[in-house]
Design a protein. Structure first.
Lengths: 503, 358
């Protein structure tokens, strides 16, 4: 083994029922490097990481770790930690009701001579650990008092303090804002100097270029290549991930058109929900795509949820096609032709233990009512049609939806709503955590739906995406609607509006 | 080979194996004691003075005696699936429904009667209405007030029997009327409880097959929030599951009461809630809610009754029986536990790998 190589995986293969998840994949991590693991949804990134951390039991191949004779096969995450591999996920696996220090030392508390927990010493040691990493926190405070970013850093600090040589960060930045991301990157750079090898999994291309040294690309479970960052510009990276050269995203551009003459689809007056969104007015015309911009937590999702009845509107009136309607819960909105793809796919989207077929027909079945069961043949026909239409990659329509990759799960939920043939569709972060190819597919689909005369509310953290598809943007700040932009839609203008103040 | 694989992935495989295991114990015991090993399965007609010619045999006895557990298991399956919780009040609700029925049939304060004070159908409806009320009470607490199922149903678990006694003026009310006793006795040669159970199972199966109820309940059990966004009324469905559970408890109560032609508030349905919950678990259903398999639960119910009957056949006294029952249940539950299944799979994979090398 080379002197500075920390970890090598050679010829890793693994099959899930019906799918070859990894096929002869190689991976090499060197000392003091940040190594991006890239690929589309379902490319095998998570599977490979789970092989390294002992969650998955791979069938072929060998993993070698510096300082250990012979191939290493981890049977559990604990095994992995013992050989120096630690993982920090997007969702922090720590205890929010314990202090930072307690979290750092949980399960390995320093003891006094009497075998009681030595609080003084671990508070002191914790403070030093956090200090060394340049994170300023009060270690005696409960973890829940800190932002998600800090919580993640505590998880990283814990891993580092447990002598980890290899640190795996799986989508750590998905829920962080820009400033927090920068903090995290500083920490990563600090760890790199200490000689830790970091495997970084993310969907954000710019972040890869901001912090990584090397990129390994996977596609459809196979190894595509390993590149130093300088040799793989963005376009080439996308091409490597997708297996083809294209700048598809640029092609999508909705033609500018004046929708104010079109009939009104939705007209909200003074809707609000206590604690989440202040009263707002919003008109949406037929065939219009309206984007909602704002920072995370500015009330983007809450506005949409209030219209849909996911959070019942407490004040105001809502008109659909000129008719005043009362919406108490989602089914009322659905019966008026609405649909909503929620932003939290796991918590509010998929029904994990049901099949792809059942997940697709669920909303349609709910609309028809309990006593008008779609026959099995009808269900299969609908499932087949939409699996084909939005190109869901699944081994069969009776596969459990939880076995699909994140992007494909998202497509299943999209299919669920398309199957109800809605007039008005709310898409809350439909492209989050999804690879570039699927993103452009979804954006194209939105434009196509609008062309068919459907109205869409499109919410996304990526402004470019909304600029490409929306004809009008609503700007949110601190739970209130603060403005609308319908001409001069440019990144700069939108940013200014979101930031507020002098513009 | 393909049929073998099909059998291996059959969801009812383990519940059925468990039932076969219990039968095997009977067969071995019979063989060891010199009786015809197949006497367990022997069914014959026998003339009795009270009921005329009836079906007789250990299997018939198990299916007959297992009726209440099987009926309860239907409702329990729905509750577990929808709310990831259990209704521990079913045994007590059985008793309350029986008391309310007998109070109606005998008249308030009457302790023993041979003539019915009201038509039989009024009494039966009274029991079912009481079941609906109890189920609705539990359902409201769980679905609308979000109280943990165990705690919510604990109220009726402890109170229902006392309410039943109150309705019966602290008496054991005897209704010794043939038209009432018939429910717990025989229809022709067949025990009536078996027929009632069969009707319950058939009706529920048809409802699950012809409506979307099953899918709705599973969907809510797996992810209530997502189901709501997709247009399901999660609260209503959870409420409905508890209400149905109450209805089935009342039917079980009618059967149990008719068997002894009385409303013995302190004994009807005693500990049956545990058997019902166990049936669901033995049937391979996760008590964490979500997907359910009704057939599994019903096989589980008869497995439990088979264990009880077997123990009595083996000469175990009714006081010691729970100990042996516990041992058998532990065995069955371990066999069905996912880590154990994974272990078995690993062993067989290792053996297969060895076979390839050799």
């Amino acid at each position: 083994m080379e002197e500075n190589v920390l970890l090598t995986a050679r010829g890793i293969s693994m099959t899930f029922p019906g799918v070859k998840a990894l096929d002869n994949v190689d991976f090499t991590l060197r000392k003091g490097e940040i190594h991006a693991l890239m690929g589309e949804n379902g490319a095998g990134k998570s599977t490979l990481i789970k092989c390294l951390t002992g969650i998955n039991d791979f069938e072929e191949g060998e993993i070698h770790i510096q300082g250990i004779e012979g191939p290493v096969k981890n049977r559990s995450t604990r095994d992995a930690q013992n050989v120096g591999i630690s993982t920090v996920y997007q969702e922090v696996n720590l205890c929010p009701n314990l202090s930072v220090a307690e979290n750092l030392f949980i399960g390995r508390e320093p003891l006094t001579k009497l075998h009681t927990i030595d609080r003084k010493s671990y508070n002191k040691r914790s403070a030093k650990i956090m200090d060394d990493l340049g994170i300023s926190v009060d270690v005696t405070q409960n973890l829940e008092n800190y932002s998600l970013a800090i919580q993640q850093m505590v998880a990283i600090a814990r891993a580092v303090d447990m002598d980890c040589k290899v640190l795996i960060l799986d989508e750590p930045t998905s829920s962080l804002d820009d400033e927090e991301v920068e903090k995290l990157f500083n920490l990563m750079r600090k760890l790199r100097e200490k000689g830790v090898g970091i495997i970084f999994v993310t969907h954000f291309l710019e972040q890869v270029y901001a912090v990584c040294d090397r990129i390994t690309v996977l596609r459809n479970g196979a190894f595509v290549g390993e590149y130093p960052i300088a040799e793989l510009p963005r376009v080439k990276l996308v091409a490597a991930m997708m297996g083809k050269d294209l700048d598809d995203l640029a092609e999508i551009k909705k033609e500018q058109k004046d929708y104010s003459k079109e009939p009104m689809e939705i007209s909200a007056k003074g809707l609000s929900h206590a604690g989440t969104i202040k009263p707002f007015d919003l008109d949406i015309h037929k065939g219009e795509v309206v984007g909602i911009g704002g920072l995370l937590g500015s009330g983007r999702s809450e506005l949409a949820r209030c219209i849909y009845g996911a959070d019942k509107a407490q004040t105001g009136t809502l008109q659909i096609n000129g008719e005043t309607v009362k919406i108490n819960q989602p089914i009322d909105a659905m019966n008026k032709g609405m649909g909503m793809l929620p932003d939290d796919r796991k918590a509010e989207g998929i029904i994990a233990d049901l099949s792809v077929r059942e997940n697709i027909i669920l909303a349609l079945q709910a609309k028809r009512g309990m006593f008008k069961l779609l026959s099995r043949a009808q269900q299969e026909e609908i499932a087949d049609r939409y699996i084909d239409l939005v190109q869901i990659k699944t081994s069969s329509k009776d596969t459990l939806v939880k076995q699909l990759s994140g992007g494909n799960q998202q497509k299943v939920i999209l299919a669920r709503w398309l199957a109800t043939n809605p007039d008005f569709l709310i898409l809350d972060e439909p492209t989050r955590g999804i690879d570039v190819g699927t993103k452009s597919e979804i954006q194209k689909l939105i434009v196509k739906l609008a062309a068919e005369g459907k109205s869409v509310i499109f919410i996304s953290s990526e402004i470019e995406e909304m600029l490409r598809t929306c004809s009008r943007m609503v700007i949110m700040r601190d739970g209130a609607k603060v403005g609308e932009l319908d001409h001069d839609l440019s990144q700069e203008n939108v940013m200014k509006a979101i930031a507020g103040g002098e513009s | 080979m393909r049929t073998w694989n099909k059998i291996k992935t059959w969801p009812l495989l383990l519940p059925v194996l468990a039932l076969i295991l219990v039968m095997a114990v009977n067969i071995i015991h019979d063989a060891a004691t010199g009786i015809n090993p197949l006497s367990f399965f022997a069914v014959s007609f026998r003339d009795t003075t009270t009921n005329g010619t009836i079906l007789y045999g250990r299997v018939i006895d198990i299916i007959n005696r297992g009726s209440e557990i099987a009926i309860l298991a239907i409702g329990m399956t729905l509750v577990v699936s929808a709310s990831a919780g259990t209704d521990i009040s079913v045994g007590s609700v059985m008793s309350l429904c029986a008391s309310f029925m007998c109070m109606n049939l005998a008249g308030y304060g009457v302790s023993s009667t041979t003539t019915l004070a009201k038509p039989l159908i009024v009494g039966l409806l009274a029991a079912v209405v009481m079941g609906v009320v109890c189920g609705a009470f539990n359902g409201t607490l769980v679905a609308h007030l979000s109280i943990q199922p165990m705690v919510a149903t604990l109220i009726l678990y402890s109170a229902a029997r006392a309410i039943g006694l109150l309705l019966c003026n602290d008496l054991i009310v005897y209704v010794r009327n043939p038209s009432f006793a018939f429910i717990g006795a025989f229809l022709g040669p067949i025990p009536t409880p078996i027929i009632i159970t069969a009707i319950c199972i058939i009706v529920v199966s048809i409802v699950l097959r012809k409506t979307a109820l099953g899918m709705y309940i599973q969907s809510v059990g797996i992810n209530a929030k997502a189901s709501r966004i997709a247009g399901l009324n999660s609260k209503l469905l959870i409420f409905l599951a508890y209400m149905l559970c109450g209805v089935f408890a009342s039917i079980a109560g009618i059967v149990a009461s008719s068997r002894i032609t009385s409303a013995d508030s302190n004994n009807i349905g005693l500990y049956l809630e545990m058997d019902a919950i166990l049936s669901v678990a033995l049937g391979g259903n996760s008590l964490g809610g979500g997907k359910f398999n009704l057939a599994g639960s019903i096989i589980g119910a008869y497995t439990i009754q088979a264990i009880t009957t077997t123990l009595y056949a083996l000469g175990v006294s009714s006081i010691q029986a729970p100990v042996y029952k516990a041992v058998i249940v532990i065995l069955i539950v371990v066999i069905e536990a996912p880590p154990f299944k994974a272990y078995v799979r690993k062993l067989s994979a290792a053996r297969a790998a060895k076979g390839v090398k050799a």
